[in-house]
Design a protein around this ligand. Structure first.
Ligand code: PRP
Length: 212
């Protein structure tokens, strides 16, 4: 029997959207859409096994070969720089990396800027390029709270609709990185399962070019 293609999908809305794209490309596994707490699903007929993974963990599964391929945001790939192949831009999960602050905030360049973020490497690189002295406060979520409580001056975070900023009286200072979901592959899987991965990649590319 042909070996299954192991796919790490980001748990959540983006993962469900991506699953639909993979299903249209011939890698169906209808059981995945059933409402359950199961994390792993396989369909030998279409030669695929899916896992639901916390989005920021997808590159770990792919880099270590537990998954042959996966889907991760460009933000996660730039932050963790995993040793994987990036095969294509899936054109979904679009958002921007931005600096935001309380409405009316004015930067004082003579002071160290306090920055709250989940994306420590991205924030450091962004400010290093501007030669701006910063202090990072590494948070894991609800980043918007930090400037509201006066813990930091700004945040570096993802903005999609802008609703979270708006509802917390924050405003974008600058947007600096467009983000979307990428198909990634483990380096050795890409040799051993090349036919399956290329078939998926080509079907996805055909679907994406039809949309453009
Ligand atoms: C992300 C991000 C923002 C929000 C932006 O948070 O950190 O808080 O989405 O989306 P919007 O512009 O559409 O409002 P996430 O939902 O991942 O939760 P988090 O608080 O755990 O970071």
């Amino acid at each position: 029997m042909k070996e299954l293609l192991n796919v790490a999908l980001p748990k959540g809305r983006l993962g469900e959207k991506v699953y639909q794209m993979f299903a249209r490309a011939g890698f169906e596994c209808p059981e995945i859409l059933e409402d359950s707490r199961k994390l792993i699903f396989e369909n030998p007929q279409s030669g695929v096994r899916y896992f639901w993974v916390k989005p920021s963990d997808v590159p770990i599964y792919v880099e270590r070969g537990a998954a042959d391929i996966g889907v991760a945001g460009r933000d996660i790939l730039l932050e963790y720089a995993p040793d994987v192949y990036e095969l294509c831009d899936l054109g979904v999960g679009k958002c921007r990396m931005a600096v935001a602050a309380r409405r009316g905030y004015v930067d004082d360049p003579s002071r160290t800027l306090r920055v709250a973020t989940k994306f420590v490497s991205i924030a450091k690189r962004h400010y290093a390029a501007k030669c701006r002295d910063i202090e990072i406060v590494h948070l894991n979520g609800s980043i918007e709270l930090a400037p509201i409580l006066g813990m930091t001056d700004v945040i570096v975070d993802i903005v999609e609709t802008g609703t979270t900023l708006k509802e917390n009286d924050l405003a974008v200072v600058e947007e600096f990185l467009p983000i979307s979901a990428r198909l990634i592959a483990n380096r050795s899987s890409y040799q051993f399962k090349k036919a399956q991965i290329d078939r998926l990649n080509a079907s996805l590319a055909a679907e994406l070019s039809e949309k453009r």
